[in-house]
Design a protein around this ligand. Structure first.
Ligand code: BGC
Length: 266
């Protein structure tokens, strides 16, 4: 249970949902965790407290990932606290849903800014540090690991969520292009594409029995996911156990991308 001992992980958007789950799991695995938040300081501090209560090390750092100076500031604060960074979990994300004809430019832009540009800004700062520092064999055989939290909607179109689906589709080729470019530096870059995971972002899709039953029609494995499902995959992808996995998307979706509607149709 200490696959990340001595490594420092920045987890963006770690005050709730999937980010929170990943931060907690990385803390258990021995990583020093930067629990990034934008607005919910209290929840971020609770994540920090929980990691510390389990004997781990963590600190909460505020930054809006869509703002370049704030991202740079978050990395500087990380270096002051822990000296360097080994793992970036590019997780911050949001939905601002609307029918296409009603979608405002502001809602399009904000989702692209946070979900896609935010991942670009954080990945760039992480990569600079990974390449500057290089491999530290006592900690990992790679110079650094970047994990982009995408979505099944990097491949599944989603009416009423055009901004969100476009941001996730963008993450797919951003991740692969960065992976191609950084491989010679021993920087590993991958994505995780979660399906429906019980978090605040999709609460209305699972909170009552009728909604959950409808949602389960999309999930062959027969249960809605929980943050730990994604967190365990993230630990593996960040650890040397997955050292030859590079430039790929790991779907953690209970089979949602198997398009179960085709089971008896088509
Ligand atoms: C979205 C959720 C949705 C899930 C499956 C996620 O990326 O954020 O709202 O339930 O995809 O459609």
């Amino acid at each position: 249970m200490s696959r990340l001992t001595g490594q420092t992980a920045i987890v963006t958007g770690a005050s709730s949902g999937i980010g929170r789950g990943i931060a907690l799991q990385m803390g258990k695995e021995g990583a020093q965790v930067v629990v990034n938040f934008n607005s919910n300081e209290k929840s971020a501090q609770e994540v920090v407290d929980e990691i510390r209560a389990g004997g781990g090390t963590a600190v909460a750092v505020k930054a809006d990932v869509s703002k370049e100076p704030e991202v740079i500031g978050m990395f500087e604060q990380t270096f002051r606290e822990f000296g360097t960074v080994d793992i970036l979990i590019n997780n911050s994300g949001m939905q601002k849903d609307a029918a296409f004809l009603e979608m405002s430019l502001a809602d399009w832009q904000r989702v692209i800014d946070v979900n896609l540009t935010g991942q670009f800004l954080c990945a760039r700062e992480a990569a600079k540090e990974f390449i500057r520092r290089g491999v530290v064999p006592e900690r990992s055989v790679a110079a650094g690991k970047i994990i982009c939290i995408s979505s099944v909607h990097e491949v599944i179109p989603w009416a009423g969520h055009v901004n969100y689906a476009a941001s996730k589709g963008g993450i797919m080729l951003m991740m692969k292009s960065i992976a191609q470019e950084l491989a010679p530096h021993k920087v590993r870059v991958n994505s995780i594409a979660p399906g429906a995971i019980k978090t605040p972002i999709n609460r209305e899709a699972w909170e009552d029995k009728a909604s959950e039953k409808k949602l389960l029609e999309l999930i062959p494995y027969g249960r809605v996911g929980v943050p730990e499902d994604v967190a365990k995959a993230a630990v593996w992808l960040a650890s040397d156990d997955s050292d030859y996995v590079h430039g790929t998307t790991l779907f953690v979706d209970g089979g949602m991308t198997l398009y179960p509607g085709f089971e008896d149709n088509g």
